[in-house]
Design a protein around this ligand. Structure first.
Ligand SMILES: NC(=O)c1ccc[n+]([C@@H]2O[C@H](COP(=O)([O-])OP(=O)(O)OC[C@H]3O[C@@H](n4cnc5c(N)ncnc54)[C@H](OP(=O)(O)O)[C@@H]3O)[C@@H](O)[C@H]2O)c1
Length: 346
């Protein structure tokens, strides 16, 4: 593996990768929620496209999610690439309200995604269903499976489904139909360790993880800094979401500082950043396919730093040092206080 981080055209083969359906993909994806509103700052479209091109140039060829205009911007960017350059686009179909399910309705939702992304086949469609008391999610997934068989979708995934429903769905649909579940997983939110990991193992699915850096709080930037005001307009929507978890369900700001201190010590021993260690901790779990790191395209960039997560592994001492802090937190109880994966949205 190359250790020259300045190299701009690095093949995927030199990055850590994993298989998702028929695609071999990098284990670090770029998340596009940060494109959805000017609360993260705004950049002109050409600058966003240039930033996307830089990601692709170093082998970060997978982009995720549907927020705001993200599908459209991604679709336009991908269209502009030479036909032999494959860039992977994951999107979502989210059902938040009770609906009258039909083949036509599901097909229309899928075709809308295809149109926005300018594609004949969606690389990964992740399905979210809000109300578990309505078992329509099973029927919806069967219809999506049919559309997959028709060639409209390559891989079918879930988003924010809990362990019980993920197991139910994978059992009902049979092996190989569902590829992934997108859930929150980080040093702060370890819920997938308590049930979801076993479900992934049982059905051969992988997690696509968000919240890995808690919106950027798990970085050198926040070490030895006072707790920010939740209502400060300097925080991004992402940081507001994770601050509530850090100082609410998980622990307090001082304990978080202790965690950053341990991450810093481990990072220093490898010449790496706090974010690298936090990302590696997630990637080191076998049920994790990829991390989806939020990217403020055209505004801030951590490409070279995040590239370094490919080149090292945490040892037992590193993991033990992190466990000492995690054991002082309420992290292990989040599954009972908030509920299993995705419960914070229900
Ligand atoms: N399914 C869901 O319900 C759901 C929910 C949330 C997110 N997501 C997905 O997950 C993606 C990730 O979003 P997230 O909110 O969870 O954010 P995140 O990935 O935890 O944090 C992203 C932020 O971390 C900072 N960062 C990244 N690399 C860094 C590095 N090497 N050093 C220092 N800071 C670094 C950047 O902050 P700066 O830009 O400030 O530098 C970046 O904006 C989203 O785009 C979306 O696709 C899904």
């Amino acid at each position: 593996m190359s250790s020259d981080f300045s190299t701009s055209h690095i093949a995927l083969s030199s990055l850590e990768s994993f298989q998702l359906g028929s695609s071999l993909l990098p284990r670090v994806w770029s998340g596009l929620w940060q494109l959805s509103s000017n609360a993260w700052g705004t950049a002109p479209l050409p600058r966003i496209r240039e930033a996307m091109a830089r990601h692709v140039g170093i082998g970060y060829t997978a982009f995720a999610d549907h927020y705001g205009s993200a599908e459209i911007i991604f679709g336009q960017f991908r269209r502009s690439l030479p036909p032999d350059q494959h860039v992977f686009g994951a999107t979502k179909w989210c059902v938040f309200t009770n609906i009258e399910l039909s083949q036509e309705l599901v097909e229309a939702a899928v075709k809308e995604r295809m149109e926005r992304m300018q594609t004949e086949c969606i690389d990964l469609l992740q399905f979210h269903w809000q109300d578990y008391s309505d078992k329509g999610y099973l029927r919806a997934l069967e219809i999506l499976e049919g559309l997959q068989a028709d060639g409209l979708i390559s891989a079918l995934g879930l988003c924010n489904f809990d362990s019980i429903r993920t197991d139910e769905i994978c059992t009902q649909l049979g092996p190989g139909v569902i590829s992934s579940n997108q859930v929150q997983f980080s040093l702060i939110d370890t819920r997938p360790l308590h049930g979801m990991a076993d479900v992934c193992e049982k059905h051969g699915i992988r997690l696509l993880c968000y919240g890995v850096l808690c919106g950027g709080f798990l970085s050198d930037t926040w070490l030895n800094k006072p707790m920010p005001d939740r209502y400060s307009n300097k925080l991004t929507p992402s940081q507001r979401k994770y601050l509530d978890i850090i100082v609410g369900a998980w622990g307090d700001w001082q304990l978080f500082q202790d965690l950053l201190g341990v991450l810093k010590n481990i990072g220093d021993s490898y010449g790496l950043s706090v974010s690298n260690i936090a990302t590696r901790w997630v990637l080191d779990h076998s049920f994790v396919g990829a991390v989806i790191i939020g990217t403020r395209l055209g505004i801030s960039e951590h490409l070279d730093d995040n590239r370094r997560v490919n080149d090292f592994r945490l040892n037992d001492n590193d993991k033990a040092a992190l466990e000492v802090v995690l054991n002082r937190s309420s992290g292990r109880h989040i599954i009972t206080t908030i509920g299993d994966c995705g419960a914070e949205y229900r």
